[in-house]
Design a protein around this ligand. Structure first.
Ligand code: COA
Length: 154
């Protein structure tokens, strides 16, 4: 399905909309940030983000932390029925505009080693593998490794 550009919108994550993230965090591989954590990061911890709207409906978000000239993606999700249509790429391009404006030279993230979909996504947008992080995730009472991925901009 082709979506018209004027139906797509991005809003900066702030105290007027951050509670929306709670409903958008659905995937087994998504790190669930609760309202207090998001609020704290927005207020004091360098937290930033974007919410992605399709026809005024929030369908995805990216939440990241900005530390000096580096950024860490904390959580990123597109609602499942809207996946694999290029929306993740569009969202991340917007995030990278913020990085450019704020002179971010390196972005890193952790992704579950079994989350092939997201690993493919991040590789497609230029992230490279740095190292394994042993037992980084706990899913259904079992521990799984994380992969540290990184993209440099300068
Ligand atoms: C990762 C995620 C944000 C990608 O968003 P998306 O809108 O589905 O991605 P796009 O449609 O923009 O796809 C971009 C690229 O990602 C990869 N990709 C997307 N869906 C894929 C699939 N089902 N299988 C394999 N690769 C896939 C492809 O490389 C694709 O490029 P291509 O279409 O040219 O092959 C989305 O799948 C998601 O929300 N996943 C669950 C939450 C999650 O795992 N977040 C990351 C945690 S660190």
């Amino acid at each position: 399905m082709v979506y018209e550009k004027d139906k797509l919108d991005f809003k900066i994550l702030d105290f007027s909309n951050y509670k929306l993230i709670k409903d958008l965090q659905q995937d087994i591989y998504t790190r669930n940030w609760n309202e207090d954590e998001i609020g704290h990061l927005l207020k004091k911890g360098g937290g930033h983000g974007l919410i992605f709207y399709l026809s005024k409906k929030p369908i995805g978000y990216c939440f990241f932390r900005n530390l000096a000239d580096e950024a860490e993606i904390l959580s990123l999700e597109i609602e499942s029925k809207y996946r694999n249509k290029g929306f993740g790429l569009l969202l991340f391009k917007k995030v990278e505009l913020y990085f450019a404006d704020n002179k971010i030279c390196k972005c890193f993230l952790e992704v579950n080693e079994n989350n092939n979909l997201a690993i493919n996504f991040y590789k497609k947008i230029g992230f490279v593998y740095i190292k394994n992080i042993k037992n980084y995730y706990k899913i259904n009472n079992s521990y799984q490794d994380g992969l540290l991925l990184q993209k440099t901009y300068i």
